[in-house]
Write a protein of this length. Structure first.
Length: 277
């Protein structure tokens, strides 16, 4: 079993369109739905997906959840519900009782000011709802993510896209490495080893495993077998290379760690975090 915990589905042909991507984006401005994803993912062994943030529009959470009702391939949604909005708890309750709603994602801007307004209280409420938090951050925000993990130890936090550590075929960036090790000291923090080719400093990204192995070994060393999670970032990942090439890099790396490690990375750890129904 392989669950891809990071896909984006959207449809610019809807009457309301989409807030992102814009028509100037020749690669991404197209209809991307489960049937399109299946065409490239199923030949690689993918059996389901967790969708992340259809858009910043609140109603688009329900749009994805409605797609999921008719398609068991969508096992969950990490949605967009804006903390700091006075209506946050009400907004969250609108979706939280739906079994495929797994949690929300917050970008790095929130972690420039976690003490602002109601953010900590909102995150505590998220935890009380038994929902997870994906975070899209860079190394300057790692300490704030760590502070949140320490403040709310029952909140399951997933750092997206390796924490955007630059990959250049050499020893990883020192600031990123230090931050990753700090984050990994909190048992409620997980690392989504996703969008790996997008982190390459050389673009289009190399397909040679040796370009990525030192960075991947650092992630493995820090988080271990039980707190790394697979995700592709499709279709955005196509900016750096093919879905097949990116899958091959991580599949070969984790295969060298053994079958149990592969199973944990490709689906079991995701089940522990997202707890889809």
């Amino acid at each position: 079993m392989i669950i891809d915990t990071h896909t984006h589905f959207y449809d610019p042909s809807r009457p309301q369109g989409v807030p992102w991507p814009g028509p100037e984006n020749e690669l991404l401005y197209r209809t991307v739905l489960p049937e399109h994803y299946r065409q490239i993912a199923e030949p690689e062994g993918v059996t389901g997906t967790v969708v992340v943030e259809a858009s910043a529009w609140l109603d688009d959470n329900q749009w994805i959840l409605d797609l999921a009702k008719d398609d068991p391939f969508i096992v969950g949604l990490v949605g967009h519900v804006d903390p700091l909005r006075p209506e946050f708890k009400e907004d969250l309750k609108r979706f939280s009782d739906q079994p495929r709603f797994c949690g929300i994602r917050c970008g790095g801007g929130y972690f420039d000011r976690i003490e602002s307004g109601s953010f900590i209280d909102d995150m505590r409420f998220l935890s009380e709802c038994d929902l997870s938090l994906d975070v899209l951050v860079n190394s300057p925000q790692f300490l704030e993510v760590a502070a949140l993990a320490r403040e709310i130890p029952n909140l399951r936090i997933v750092v997206n896209h390796t924490g955007h550590g630059p990959i250049n075929g050499e020893a990883p960036d020192a600031a990123w490495t230090q931050g990753i090790r700090e984050l990994s000291s909190y048992e409620n923090v997980y690392l989504k080893v996703s969008a790996v080719m997008e982190q390459s400093t050389k673009q289009p990204a190399p397909e040679d495993d040796s370009w990525y192995v030192l960075a991947l070994e650092e992630m493995w060393s820090a988080f271990g077998q039980h707190r790394v999670i697979y995700g592709s970032n499709w279709p955005v990942c196509e900016r750096a290379g093919s879905f097949k090439a990116a899958m091959g890099i991580v599949r070969r790396f984790f295969s060298r760690k053994g079958q149990e490690a592969c199973d944990d990375y490709f689906f079991r750890n995701a089940q522990r975090v997202y707890r889809w129904g």
